[in-house]
Design a protein around this ligand. Structure first.
Ligand code: ZN
Length: 228
């Protein structure tokens, strides 16, 4: 690991559970932010397909993502096609905001550098629109689908203190070396097991449809009412 490069923090670290702060656009060209971006792209290249600043313990709204032919070489062509996984060059997004495009979703196994050694099935929007600022402060506005859309939703979740384990089909949670074992059967208490692949039904909750403060308050009220 390069000099001064931090380790990816693991689940249980408070930095992964807080809502990260927006970056002041006037500070993007500062040494602090540029060094953070350099460190994040280096860790992402070495370790995975995406990284959010809180995973290095920095509570700022910065994500990086990249997928390469080499990085996906352990995924079969059939799985790659089903996941709509295509290589794309390194993207740096500051203060990203996602919005879902359509209702379609996809359920696939997903992992996280901060939940080292495990995987679980997570349903995500198949398509999202992403707006934010690039590493040079320029406007970023694009639509992503398939695996790239999944990575974006996973990384933006990190900025909101959310881990994939909060959204996973919990009975599919497993060690990474068990990824090819069958999905669990239907269960009398936990219901029908998820089917891998795409669906026309939107995910129940997602980083791409963040709740407003009012929504959160209303939910809290409803929760209190139900308990009575
Ligand atoms: Zn992660």
């Amino acid at each position: 690991m390069a000099k001064g490069q931090r380790e990816v923090v693991q689940a249980g670290t408070p930095a992964l559970r807080n809502v990260a702060r927006e970056v002041d656009p006037s500070r993007i060209d500062s040494g602090e932010i540029q060094e953070l971006i350099a460190e994040m792209t280096s860790v992402c290249r070495a370790r995975g397909v995406g990284l959010a600043a809180p995973q290095l313990g920095t509570q700022l709204r910065v994500i990086v993502l990249e997928d390469t032919t080499e990085g996906m070489s352990d995924v079969s062509p059939g799985d790659r096609a089903a996941q709509r996984r295509e290589p794309f060059p390194m993207k740096v997004i500051i203060n990203p905001v996602l919005s879902p495009v359509g209702d379609a979703s996809a359920a696939f196994y997903e992992g996280c550098l901060s939940v080292s050694g495990y995987r679980a099935v997570v349903r995500r929007h198949l398509r999202v629109k992403c707006r934010g600022l690039g590493g040079d402060g320029s406007m970023v506005d694009f639509e992503a689908s398939g695996w790239m859309a999944r990575i974006l939703q996973h990384e933006v979740d990190h900025l909101n203190g959310v881990l994939y384990t909060d959204r996973m089909e919990s009975r599919t949670f497993r060690r990474v070396d068990k990824i090819n074992e069958p999905l669990p059967p239907d269960h009398p208490e936990f219901g029908t097991t998820v089917v891998l692949g795409e669906s026309s039904i939107a995910p129940k909750s997602s980083a791409a449809a963040p709740l407003s403060a009012d929504d959160l308050e209303n939910r809290a009220k409803m929760g209190r009412r139900r308990k009575r």
